[in-house]
Design a protein around this ligand. Structure first.
Ligand SMILES: [Zn+2]
Length: 439
């Protein structure tokens, strides 16, 4: 099947110059990109984007979409208190999990995201969560937040290491390559504070056997990081190295309480780091040392995390925060330029996930995962400074249309796969009844 996205303007790397852009798509793949108009046969589906800004679809590299139901419930809590509340009280019904996840998908699509790395937090309904994502049309690399060790005052885990690994294998068997390859799976011990050495070593063995990567929280909270010292006599990153977890297929989420040695280990093992600035600031995780990791050439991607901690699935807002926090925490005004930050939400995201499929850039041979932003607008206006406008001034609210593999998930602000009005109305009704969620 052929499609044409015509009459846009777009960035042309490496200098990100703004020029006209026309994109020919065949079977979901970009086959031609041109500044000049592309002539096509009458049977080709044409999307005229009318001079608006065309960018690669954004990659959100860490989400817990079902937590969209928890937005605002657990405000004004420090991470340790927040974790206790979440684990004791945040038990959604099957219907709530589906609605909450679709609500998260709507927000992601409407703000220009085309790929998510979802760590489900909906036990025992993780399957429902993945199904809701599959139904949305988003591209997703999915895993479940599973542990086998009692963390702090949390309830004891229900599964041992073998049972957790079996669940991960079952998820892989059911979902790897589903929806014509749009859904992939990775191995995800939730994080060392809630995992045993046995589970961490088993996760690496399973990831190697299945040929997939590992996704795990790492060094997020000060107290949680200190607990790792008590249990293992070393930092979380050092323990992960000892258990064989670190590698270029490893996404470490947060990475705040790092020693200098930890930073060097992350660089030496070529791990990717996913930073989640709204969560890190809102639940007072701490200041992520991304500038130090950047100077060590670590691949940095960005995630919105769950809305119960971050309050948003808008990647442009997260990108803006990463750049601003990077500048002020390093007191270096050239840290995290608009162009460098844009790469964190596009090509760096792909590198962190390690898909075989190519997304995150507009190039022949890449999947046609594409976002269209309203242009010109009061805050997206100067062609010579458009990348700066995009990172520092635009938000997800400027997104008009979103494509995955050349198929619109949203066209002119109308969703095509999800009935937004129905999902919002049903979710509001469910939220009003959900007294079981209140702390
Ligand atoms: Zn998380």
């Amino acid at each position: 099947m052929k499609a044409l996205i015509k009459n846009g303007i777009g960035f042309y790397p490496p200098a990100y110059e703004v020029k006209s852009i026309h994109i020919l798509i065949e079977d979901g793949i970009i086959t031609k990109l041109s500044e000049d108009e592309i002539k096509v046969a009458a049977d080709v589906k044409v999307f005229n984007v009318g001079g608006n800004l065309v960018i690669p679809g954004l990659l959100d590299c860490h989400t817990h979409l079902s937590q969209s139901f928890g937005r605002g419930i657990y405000d004004n809590l420090h991470l340790t208190q927040w974790l206790n509340k979440m684990i004791y009280h945040f038990n959604l019904t099957e219907n709530e999990v589906y609605l909450a996840t679709q609500l998260g998908c709507i927000e992601a699509i409407k703000s220009g995201t085309t790929t998510i790395a979802e760590m489900t937090t909906a036990e025992p309904y993780d399957e429902i969560c993945i199904q809701a994502i599959a139904d949305s049309g988003l591209r997703a690399d999915v895993c479940s937040a599973l542990g086998d060790f009692q963390e702090g005052e949390n309830p004891p885990p229900e599964l041992n290491a073998d049972q957790v690994l079996e669940e991960m294998r079952n998820t892989y068997n059911k979902w790897q390559g589903a929806c014509d390859g749009r859904i992939t799976v990775r191995v995800s011990p939730v994080g060392l504070p809630a995992c045993t050495e046995e589970l961490m070593r088993g996760s690496r063995d399973l990831a190697n056997e299945l040929g997939v990567g590992i996704h795990t929280h790492c060094s997020e909270g000060e107290a949680e990081t200190a607990n790792a010292y008590e249990r293992f006599g070393c930092s979380e990153v050092e323990a992960l190295e000892r258990f064989g977890v670190l590698g270029s297929d490893c996404q470490l989420v947060h990475c705040i309480w790092l020693t200098e040695h930890d930073k060097q280990l992350i660089a030496d093992y070529d791990c990717s780091v996913v930073t989640c600035p709204s969560t890190n600031t809102k639940v007072t995780d701490g200041m992520p040392p991304m500038p130090d990791l950047f100077k060590l050439d670590v691949n940095i991607a960005i995630g919105c995390d769950g809305e119960a901690s971050s309050g948003t699935y808008d990647m442009l807002q997260e990108a803006r925060m990463v750049s601003l926090l990077g500048k002020v925490s390093s007191m270096d005004a050239v840290m995290f330029t608009a162009e460098q930050t844009f790469e964190m939400i596009t090509k760096n995201g792909l590198q962190s996930i390690g898909f075989d499929t190519r997304v995150g850039e507009l190039k022949p041979g890449y999947k046609a995962d594409i976002t269209v932003m309203e242009y010109p607008s009061p805050h997206l206006i100067d062609e010579r400074r458009l990348m700066s406008n995009l990172i520092y001034s635009a938000t997800g609210g400027d997104v008009l249309s979103v494509f995955v593999e050349g198929e619109p998930l949203m066209w002119k602000r109308e969703l095509t796969k999800i009935d937004e009005k129905v999902v919002v109305a049903k979710t509001l009704e469910a939220m009003r009844k959900a007294t079981h969620l209140m702390p």
